[in-house]
Design a binder for this molecule. Structure first.
Ligand SMILES: Nc1ncnc2c1ncn2[C@@H]1O[C@H](COP(=O)(O)OP(=O)(O)OP(=O)(O)O)[C@@H](O)[C@H]1O
Ligand SMILES: [Mg+2]
Length: 364
């Protein structure tokens, strides 16, 4: 069992509120990511969990026991840092063995555990090499091995892949995922890369300015973002948005925007978003939900000009512009239009995300 709970965790550095009232329940065996832009408090949160940073307010529990004031080595956690923090003058074996030697483990046990870990990470042939003689990816593996060999109750990762080039980053990402599936050790991973977060995580905590804006299963964060900030941070390409006034009229839901009047037939009562009458909203649609068609029909979308094509090989993203409005649709590469073509883009009502224009909170 290794469940981590954060209760109203806060950290101030003088006048700076680095982390404010962060409450998270990180279940046993789960892989949880703290995701957000630079300076939002990810490292500070992770360091408090590790015991490397004193807590200003709030509590940390490990399997129900408060560990808030415990020293780092008492927590049974192992951390992997962005800069690896390896000992450059030692060889790979000694780097991996370091923590076990500190614990004064018997020599044959150290030898067995270091070799088994090195085997798992394909470092066997490199055990005698010095750190300076390794590539970036190999150094990252040693950093992982050094954490793994401790057999911790919890892994903590602080942007461990951000010093690697794109290709290696993708490979190491798969490696970390595979390791987690094998070991099932509770893992808390910090990144500013939304794609990395989506691929690795069971649960994602999206942070901004020291606050967790939304915490939930990765798919839910993607499919039902609770806030405009989350909606636009997660997903590639960025969610398309149309600002306008939403209202119910004559059996339709309507969005009146600059130069646009969109209508969707309404069967049943007006949507909850309109319970208090009309409202200013941002209507969002993801590229995979928008539908491209021939120019003309203007009800559930608009006709505009193809402004940009992003061919990825497997799919092509088509950006359509009409006045100040821009939306992107995903199409099969073979059916992609050309730049300058007139096309219609249709927004299926069942797929829209609605955010209140003032509070930016989800209202559907
Ligand atoms: N020791 C410190 N003294 C003063 N302010 C600090 C200290 N450490 C962090 N901060 C501030 O706290 C806030 C959060 O910093 P933190 O390092 O947790 O962000 P982060 O999300 O990890 O960012 P990055 O993605 O750049 O690593 C920032 O405003 C930062 O300037
Ligand atoms: Mg950081």
């Amino acid at each position: 069992m290794s469940r981590v709970e954060l209760r109203a965790l806060s950290k101030t550095f003088g006048p700076v509120h680095a982390v404010r009232d962060v409450s998270l329940d990180i279940p046993d065996h789960s892989f949880v990511t703290l995701l957000g832009p630079s300076g939002c408090g990810k490292t500070t949160t992770l360091n408090m969990i590790a015991g490397l940073e004193r807590v200003s307010r709030g509590e940390i529990l490990l399997d129900g026991r408060p560990i808030t004031g415990w020293a780092p080595h008492e927590r049974g956690m192992a951390m992997v840092f962005q800069n690896y923090a390896l000992y450059p003058h030692m060889n790979v074996f000694d780097n991996i063995a370091f923590a076990l030697k500190l614990q004064r483990r018997p020599r044959d046990e150290i030898d067995r555990r270091v070799r088994a870990t090195a085997e798992a990470l394909e470092l066997g042939p490199l055990l005698g090499r010095r750190i300076a003689q390794l590539s970036g990816g190999q150094q990252q593996r040693v950093a992982l091995a050094r954490a793994m060999v401790k057999e911790p109750r919890v892994f903590l990762f602080d942007e461990p892949l951000s010093n690697l080039d794109a290709g290696l980053r993708t490979r190491m990402r798969v490696e970390i995922k595979r390791l987690h599936q094998q070991l099932r050790t509770t893992s808390i991973f910090v990144t500013h890369d939304q794609e990395e977060a989506m691929i690795l995580s069971d649960f994602v905590a999206v942070m901004r300015d020291g606050i967790v804006v939304q915490y939930g299963p990765a798919q839910e964060i993607y499919r039902r973002p609770s806030h405009l900030y989350v909606a636009t941070f997660i997903g590639k390409p960025r969610m398309g948005l149309v600002a306008g006034q939403l209202r119910a009229a004559a059996g339709n839901v309507e969005l009146v925007a600059e130069g646009l009047h969109l209508r969707w037939p309404l069967d049943g009562p007006p949507p909850p978003a309109l319970a208090a009458g009309e409202r200013e909203v941002l209507l969002g649609v993801r590229a995979e939900d928008a539908r491209l068609g021939p120019p003309g029909a203007e009800r559930e979308g608009f006709t505009g000009e193809v402004e940009l094509l992003e061919p990825l090989g497997s799919d092509t993203y088509v950006e359509v512009r009409r006045g100040p409005h821009r939306l992107t649709a995903r199409v099969e590469p073979d059916s992609a239009p050309r730049i300058g073509d007139q096309v219609s883009i249709r927004i299926p009502w069942g797929r829209v995300h609605l955010f209140d224009a003032a509070s930016e909170r989800r209202v559907n």
